[in-house]
Design a protein around this ligand. Structure first.
Ligand code: NDP
Length: 236
């Protein structure tokens, strides 16, 4: 049966870490959540975990670097829902080989851009028709990083930092392009979060890392668009 009246949310990379927690919090708030994950077993497990807890969750296989996978994910989504209220572009990679920009391997830069920049662009493009049908106005949240902030950038992981700066630019571009369709597009720095990517020394639990993303998906005013947020405040 199609989800017609329920609010819907698709989260990419939702099988673990921040994405999984965002999915849990949105499910808890009554959304029918779509768990985007590239790995079949991991994605199914994350989705079943939410279903066992009494929430509405559906697994959608989605590799953000693969246009065919995104198109197929769109097809699967369309069998279950006729509109998308929230898209969280959370999937991302960080490969740190200790190199600075001076010795940056262009292949690493390409790989990182495919996941962290082109991926979100393609996902937005393919799901746009469903976001445009959101009765309350669609919302897109791109999970960026403080590492992408131009005014606070150090030399750490240059490919990752540059990709997140580019994702912030992507956010601005889409915000401008979709303003007339009443679709809000924002990006978030979740802080340093204890996940496989953030490591065990990170200062924040996933609940805190998910907080501003969930706020932008739910309680933030719909007119807020094209901004970069940290702890519910706009940053540069
Ligand atoms: P994790 O490494 O724990 O999770 C990343 C998720 O992205 C995994 O589900 C992974 O899937 C998925 N993913 C990676 N590549 C793809 C792909 N091509 N297609 C689909 N899914 C993919 O990281 P976090 O939860 O920490 O990070 C989530 C987001 O938050 C990222 O965008 C990251 O850059 C950002 N962020 C994280 C910070 C932190 O301190 N943790 C700080 C600032 C930003 P799989 O399990 O299959 O690998």
């Amino acid at each position: 049966m199609k989800t017609e009246h329920q609010r819907t949310a698709l989260i990419t990379g939702a099988n673990k870490g921040i994405g999984k927690e965002v999915a849990r919090q949105l499910a808890q708030r009554g959304f029918a959540v779509f768990i985007g994950a590239r790995d079949l077993a991991k994605g199914r497990e994350a989705s079943e975990e939410l279903c066992r807890a009494g929430y509405e969750a559906t697994f959608i296989q989605l590799d953000v670097t693969d246009p065919v996978s995104i198109r197929n994910a769109c097809g699967t989504f369309s069998q279950k829902a006729d509109h998308l209220d929230i898209l969280v572009n959370n999937a991302g990679i960080l490969e740190d080989h200790g190199e600075t920009i001076v010795k940056l391997n262009p292949e690493l830069l390409d790989r990182t851009f495919k996941s962290n920049v082109s991926g979100p662009i393609m996902v937005i493009q393919d799901f746009l028709a469903y976001l445009a049908k959101s009765p309350s106005g669609g919302r897109i949240i791109n999970v960026s990083s403080g590492a992408g902030a131009l005014n606070d950038m150090d030399t750490y992981a240059p490919a990752y930092s540059i990709s997140k700066t580019a994702l912030n630019a992507v956010t601005k571009q889409f915000a401008g392009a979709l303003r007339n369709q009443k679709i809000a597009v924002n990006c978030v720095d979740p802080g340093w979060v204890r996940t496989d990517m953030g490591g065990t020394n990170a200062s924040r639990p996933v609940e805190k890392g998910a907080e501003t993303i969930v706020w932008l998906a739910t309680d933030a005013p719909q007119h807020e668009t094209g901004k970069f947020w940290h702890d519910k405040r706009e940053i540069d």
